[in-house]
Design a binder for this molecule. Structure first.
Ligand code: CA
Length: 361
């Protein structure tokens, strides 16, 4: 044993002097310094700071890997502008980006389905599809031509329709409105006469306050209150038709991913899954408190959209989806998503929904 140990140590020492590498350098001791950008500003709760956020994800990965995978996190605008994460990860300028896949629908339309589909799955259903219903595999398939992989790493739960300066009584009231709304829901509104704007979170309040836009959606009570949207528009519509749960995306350069040893890959996947659950739990707590404050203390009128408006939004969503599935890859993802949803809806109706409507009280 002593001889083997001496030989091993002398070989290791040789490796050090020849290459300047750390002693015992191998796949299990190699260190990786990565960069992760975000579509959200430094300090943004949920996205950048707090339980399950980008910085929390990096911390968990650093701690679990004992510093072998060290990820430096940059908010929007620190390294690159908010919506350039896709190109930066694709080019390998950064190894990771933390945002939502629906910002990339201009690159590949099917990306929309991995964030939220209007009238789509809730948090539980989305997890069912992504983790066990084929969603994760399709996500990687969609990004394969770009040399990237992705996984869920956060979820806001149900989002709010958003803030309007004027009351919405019928679908005709959408005509001519300038509204901040990303994703597929933006296309639906556009078909109903809305002038759609996609602004990063930090630009929403000034635009709404100055009348550059007449309406805006962001996330939910906590995030919206933090931006001050309640000071710029008083009508808060609650119906979460457009984002029934919104997945945060961890986007990874595949060449960089393939260089990670298996244990570090497992650490990243497990930390992302932890953040997916933990961030959603935080949203439930933060939103229930913030909604109460907005209504009780800040003069906000919070109400669901009228039924006729929801019906019109649903009909328009169906038209937009029918158009979207003309693209074969979008159709493949769409069919998987909606086949899962049909089964999930039947099960949810007699389990979760029945509990909420008939049992909880
Ligand atoms: Ca949103």
């Amino acid at each position: 044993m002593a001889l083997i140990r001496r030989q091993f140590l002398s070989r290791a020492a040789l490796a050090t002097s020849a290459l300047g590498a750390p002693v015992f350098a191998n796949a299990q001791s190699a260190r990786f310094n990565w960069k992760m950008t975000s579509a959200y500003g430094k300090g943004s709760p949920f996205y950048m700071d707090g339980p399950g956020s980008a910085t929390d994800l990096a911390k968990r990965i650093r701690e679990m890997s004992d510093g072998r995978l060290n990820i430096q996190v940059f908010g929007a605008g620190e390294l690159i502008p908010a919506f350039e994460g896709f190109d930066a990860v694709r080019a390998g300028t950064v190894e990771m980006n933390h945002a939502n896949s629906y910002f990339w629908t201009g690159k590949t339309f099917a990306a929309q389905y991995f964030t939220a589909v209007p009238f789509g799955l809730n948090f539980q259903g989305m997890n069912g599809w992504l983790y066990d219903g084929g969603g994760q595999e399709l996500w990687n398939e969609v990004y394969a031509p770009f040399g990237m992989v992705a996984m869920p790493c956060g979820n806001t739960g149900v989002q709010m329709t958003g803030w309007f300066k004027k009351e919405i009584k019928s679908v005709a009231d959408f005509k001519g409105l300038k509204m901040r709304i990303p994703g597929l829901a933006g296309k639906v509104y556009a078909n109903l006469g809305v002038d759609v704007k996609v602004l990063p979170g930090g630009e929403i309040f000034p635009a709404l306050e100055r009348g550059v836009i007449d309406a805006a959606e962001f996330v939910g009570p906590f995030q919206d209150r933090r931006l001050g949207l309640q000071k710029a528009a008083k009508f808060y519509y609650t119906t979460g038709w457009h984002e029934s749960s919104t997945v945060s995306e961890l986007l990874i350069n595949k060449a960089a991913w393939d260089k990670l040893p298996k244990d570090l890959q497992a650490i990243v996947s497990n930390a992302a899954a932890a953040c997916n659950v933990i961030s959603e739990g935080w949203c439930q707590k933060a939103n229930s408190e913030a909604m109460e404050d907005l209504v009780k203390n800040q003069g906000v009128t919070a109400r669901p959209l009228p039924d006729d408006v929801i019906k019109a939004l649903r009909a328009e969503t169906e038209k937009v989806l029918a158009e979207a599935v003309k693209d074969p890859l979008t159709k493949k993802v769409h069919d998987s998503y909606f086949a899962f949803k049909a089964k999930y809806d039947r099960w949810s109706e007699i389990s979760e929904e029945a509990y909420h409507l008939k049992v909880r009280g």
